[in-house]
Design a protein around this ligand. Sequence first.
Ligand SMILES: [Zn+2]
Length: 58
Amino acid sequence: MVDDSVPDQLQCTTCLLPMQYQSKMDGKFLWQCFKCGKKYFVSENIDDNIEESWSPPR
Ligand SMILES: [Zn+2]
């Protein structure tokens, strides 16, 4: 069973802090860590498919 709703919460693997849900882009939910700027793209139709993107604050 796959729950296709927005995940309740994601945790930054670097800071171990809760990440903030930003927006939905190209069928993926974008989450970002407010501290280090790490981004997670969570697919809405594939379970546990999380992409990491690093974009440190300037
Ligand atoms: Zn972080």
